[in-house]
Design a protein around this ligand. Structure first.
Ligand code: IBG
Length: 221
């Protein structure tokens, strides 16, 4: 065993991408096994590895962890990205859930039939519900990071979300100067900078091949 966490998921973003981001931000190397066939998925189930028959699966510290949120909290706590006390942790949780809700809209987008896709709603939610909150938080306390004046899971996930929304609408931050500065600052943190460079384990936006693989692996018999 290499001692590195092992991630089992598709070779695409989906629900695993925030886990990849958080590990990379913490400077933790990880291995990946990509689900490519239904047989692979069925074998994981047969072997009793997936608690709820679902991925993401992360093998870490002798555990076979499922449930994205549980995995992320474990990594955040382990690598000191989860605040200094319960109140900071509560704030981080709130900020993370906000970005998770917005990202959830984008994650499901590629799996939604084209006629039912609502990009305008995503941009509206980003610019009227979510980004104003983070802009205000950062502006009010005037610090570099969202919570407790130090780098946390909330910062990592906000940057991930900003970049995802920008892929859909490049001008989305035009009315958010504080978030523009935040984006530049967090992107420059060495571990994140490395993850943003080509050749890292960061995954590209979903393409047809990835969507077809997911559908095939989960198809009902
Ligand atoms: N609550 C779980 C978590 O957060 O980890 C949900 C996990 C989940 O829905 N996993 C999906 C799965 O394994 C894969 S991600 N499904 C099989 C099953 O039988 O439930 C699926 C997904 C993608 C993109 I890819 C958008 C939304 C979901």
């Amino acid at each position: 065993m290499s001692g590195k966490p092992k991630l089992t998921y598709f070779n695409g973003r989906g629900r695993m991408e925030s886990i990849r981001w958080l590990l990379a931000a913490a400077g933790v190397e990880f291995e990946e096994e990509f689900l490519e066939t239904r047989e692979q998925y069925q074998k994981l189930i047969k072997d009793g590895v997936l608690l709820f028959d679902q991925v993401p699966l992360v093998e870490i510290d002798g555990m076979k962890m499922v449930q994205t949120r549980a995995i992320l909290s474990y990594i955040a706590a382990k690598y000191n990205l989860y605040g200094k006390d319960l109140k900071e942790r509560a704030l981080i949780d709130m900020y993370v859930e906000g970005t998770a809700d917005l990202m959830g809209m984008i994650i499901t987008f590629a799996f939604t039939p084209p006629k039912e896709r609502n990009l305008a709603l995503i941009i509206e939610r980003a610019t009227t519900r979510y980004f104003p909150v983070y802009e205000k938080v950062l502006k009010q306390h005037g610090q570099e990071f969202l919570v407790g004046n130090r780098f946390s899971w909330a910062d990592v996930q906000l940057l991930e979300t900003i970049l995802m929304v920008e892929e859909k609408e490049p001008t989305v931050l035009s009315k958010f100067p504080v978030l523009q500065a935040f984006k530049a600052r967090i992107s420059n943190i060495p571990t994140i900078k490395k993850f943003l460079q080509p050749g890292s384990q960061r995954k590209p936006p979903p393409d047809d091949q990835y969507v077809a693989t997911v559908i095939e692996v989960f198809k009902k018999d």
